[in-house]
Design a binder for this molecule. Structure first.
Ligand code: FAD
Length: 293
């Protein structure tokens, strides 16, 4: 059976091709998740004979733009583009994650949009974007809609994307100038590894030097990355000190529901997440933080 390789030059054309197709198309961004899955299927004699819809020439999905309300990251922005972008310090966690998605060759091809749509529980892009309270912009034949990222990534390989929609961009609301962030990931080795657990934290102080906002997101320890709202609420209004990090306890990780798999046991993941949260928080709290102007 022959398949078509479709390469639309606009979002309208792409949505039209999707709507008109008699069978589901395979949407292709960088292909670093799409192609390994196809190869696996072929190895088990289940070739996927679907048309490919290549998004690489669509201008609406490209670029990283700064506006008065925040920053818009096009779905086709690669991890290398994100690593090199001129972002404020609140985006450090996202930049740190971008340098840890696979190796440089993967980072040069793989996109942030592909990472979110693939919705792996271990996707390294999700915790930093949850900690930035990012929203996704989706486009379909009847217009576009925006959703908080937490309502978009619903579970293991499950998103709120409708079959006729494409992810267009990620919007990060303007962050306080004094906000800082960090990302930590644990894998079975130091480089080129899928996370066993990952943590992103975003923190900002008020004029008195107290914690005015705190967002902690953990990846690879539930069907979808989770915020730890109990610790976030408890530490608000506190003066920063590394001791606060030690106050984080196993019960604060209640929103997590890790599984046993080839990478780690559930119990190991719980321990790892606790250590990573404490370590990431201690690092941020002992760094030279600025107060609000
Ligand atoms: C060797 C290797 C190492 C890796 N290491 C890591 C790692 O350390 N951390 C990590 O998080 N990931 C890792 N990955 C996974 C992968 O590189 C990332 O998830 C990457 O960001 C996917 O982006 P992509 O552009 O290649 O997506 P693609 O493979 O092109 O697409 C992924 C999925 O999203 C859909 N899709 C893509 N863009 C859109 C869109 N705009 N609208 C609607 N649907 C869309 C596709 O149809 C597909 O289902 C690794 C992969 C490889 C091969």
């Amino acid at each position: 059976m022959t398949t078509r390789y479709l390469r639309p030059r606009s979002l309208t054309e792409a949505l039209q091709l999707k709507a008109e197709s008699a069978m589901p198309l395979t949407v292709l961004a960088g292909g670093t998740d799409v192609y390994p899955v196809r190869t696996q299927r072929a190895a088990w004699f289940e070739p996927q004979n679907r048309d490919l819809l290549d998004l690489s020439l669509i201008p609406e999905l490209a670029g990283i733009d700064h506006g008065p309300d925040g920053i818009r990251i096009g779905a086709m922005a690669t991890w290398s583009a994100i690593a090199e972008a001129d972002f404020p310090p609140a985006f450090d966690a996202l930049k740190q994650a971008s340098r840890q998605v696979g190796g440089v060759q993967i980072q040069n091809r793989a996109t942030i949009g592909g990472n979110l749509c693939n919705a792996s529980p271990a996707a390294d892009g999700v915790p930093p974007l949850l900690a930035l309270e990012a929203e996704v912009e989706l486009a379909g034949p009847h217009g576009s809609r925006r959703l908080p990222l937490a309502s978009f990534v619903l579970g293991n390989r499950k998103t709120a994307l409708a079959p006729d929609e494409l992810l267009v961009a990620i919007h990060v609301p303007a962050q306080p100038a004094q906000a800082r962030s960090t990302f930590k990931k644990l894998g079975a080795r130091a480089y080129l590894v899928i996370s066993i657990a990952s943590v992103a934290i975003n923190l900002a102080l008020d004029e008195q030097g107290r914690i005015a906002s705190l967002r902690i997101a953990v990846g690879a320890c539930a069907a979808a990355p989770q915020r730890l709202s109990a610790i976030e609420a408890r530490l608000l209004g506190q003066l920063p000190s590394p001791a606060l990090a030690e106050s984080v306890s196993a019960s604060d990780l209640a929103p997590l529901s890790p599984i046993d798999d080839v990478r780690a046991s559930a119990a190991y993941r719980r321990d790892a997440a606790l250590v990573l949260v404490r370590r990431a928080l201690a690092g941020l709290l002992s760094s030279p933080l600025e107060v609000a102007a």
